[in-house]
Write a protein that binds this ligand. Structure first.
Ligand code: HEM
Length: 136
């Protein structure tokens, strides 16, 4: 098993990659290419859910203590709590975004999208800049 600090570094890279994809999907949207917007966001959905499920399996089933010990060692438990206030709701909105996008329910998709973008910005800033990682 990789150490917690390395796992966090990998997750940060995944968050940056998803953000690049999101910016691409919004650029496609601004240019009126809804199909490309949808395709890119299916990748966003798959990547985020895979990372989240992987993290859950590691953090709760395989080694329930590794993240606890890591954040305690860095005295960063409150940084993690703040990060979770953004990341958990944004992850919960993602399936709704996919569903409403695929159904072309624009009157739901766009307002939820605005909330999602605000939460994602918080997830990015608190995750990438405030959570402690280790470089192996
Ligand atoms: C973050 C802000 C977002 C905004 C403002 C936005 C906006 C839109 C708009 C205006 C459409 C066209 C709807 C229509 O045809 O009536 C659309 C389509 C779509 N969106 Fe989004 N979206 C956002 C994020 C997302 C996310 C995060 C996902 C998936 C996780 C997503 C998935 C889709 C899909 C699958 C479509 C259908 C594409 C198609 O017609 O082939 N969107 N979106």
């Amino acid at each position: 098993m990789l150490p917690a600090g390395t796992l966090i570094l990998i997750l940060k890279i995944a968050v940056v990659a998803v953000t690049v994809l999101l910016v691409g999907s919004l650029t496609a949207l601004a240019r009126g290419n809804y199909t490309l917007h949808g395709r890119i966001n299916m990748a966003v959905f798959a990547l985020t859910m895979t990372a989240l499920l992987g993290l859950e399996v590691i953090a709760r089933i395989i080694s329930p203590d590794i993240f606890n010990d890591h954040f305690e060692r860095y005295d960063a438990k409150s940084a993690l709590r703040v990060h979770l206030c953004f990341s958990l709701p944004s992850a919960a909105l993602l399936p709704l975004m996919l569903f409403t996008g695929l159904r072309r329910r624009r009157s739901l998709h766009v307002p939820i999208g605005v909330v999602f973008l605000a939460l994602w910005t918080g997830t990015f800033v608190t995750g990438v800049f405030f959570l402690p990682h280790d470089v192996p």
